[in-house]
Design a protein around this ligand. Structure first.
Ligand SMILES: [Zn+2]
Ligand SMILES: [Zn+2]
Length: 120
């Protein structure tokens, strides 16, 4: 099975068919898997760190939850995985932003490496 160590593939999926790019799995502390239902590619993103925030409504209660950012993502994934979407990415600056439509929460991922492989 071929593995491509490049952010070009996930970038391509995001620009061509962002709705097909689904967050599949989060393996704490640093692995995030996306699957593209259109290309049938699996993108593995290794992260250096992650922050989360709620843009407006709950901003005041968000400060104390920074150290539980992984738990928030796990909760979103188990409760409403389909609400999670990639909202923005910059593979040159190694950055990826997620949004949960259900919680209205933003996740900002500081990326260490992007890898893409074909779905087996
Ligand atoms: Zn794709
Ligand atoms: Zn959520």
């Amino acid at each position: 099975m071929s593995i491509y160590k490049s952010g070009a593939f996930i970038q391509q999926c995001f620009s061509v068919h962002p709705r097909c790019l689904n967050l599949q799995k989060f393996t704490p502390p640093d692995l995030v898997f996306f699957v593209c239902t259109s290309c049938r590619l699996i993108h593995r993103v290794t992260i250096r760190g992650m922050t989360t925030r709620v843009p407006v409504r709950l901003a005041s209660e968000d400060k104390k939850t920074d150290d539980r950012v992984g738990e928030h993502l796990t909760d979103c994934l188990s409760a409403h995985a389909l609400a999670l979407m990639v909202r923005e990415m910059d593979v040159v600056r190694d950055w990826l932003g997620l949004r949960c439509a259900e919680c209205r929460r933003f996740f900002d991922l500081d990326v260490d490496s992007f890898e893409t492989r074909e779905r087996s």
